[in-house]
Design a protein around this ligand. Sequence first.
Ligand SMILES: [Zn+2]
Length: 137
Amino acid sequence: MTRVAPPLTERTAPFWTSGADGLLRILRCDGCGHYQHPPQPVCPACHCASLSWQPVSGRGSVWSWTVNRYQWIPSMPPPYVVAEIELAEQPGLRLLTNLVDADPASLRVGTEVTVCFAKAGDAFVPLFRPLADDDQG
Ligand SMILES: [Zn+2]
């Protein structure tokens, strides 16, 4: 599967290129510590404009998902899982992404997942896969 490279803008490039070193980074408020995604110019919690990209654990859980069965993009043959993942760092901090290495029949709300990355152009697209037994710790 060849992914379409996302456009890298001044605001989003740190998110899309973060995976180059294997870490997921999320924009965090320097004032109150609130994480936000997608990235915005001010903190939605305290309106502070001092924000920085901080590495997160890459762990989360399935908040919702669906199985796409339509071929929207020639290089992405269906079926594949589109999921909203809630990151472990903060309730409500969610990413829309794809789940890989996942049997849709075994997915549940709350299934624990971990990040992995797929190179697409200059981007490292964050994807998630169900946590395996050897991912503990
Ligand atoms: Zn804040």
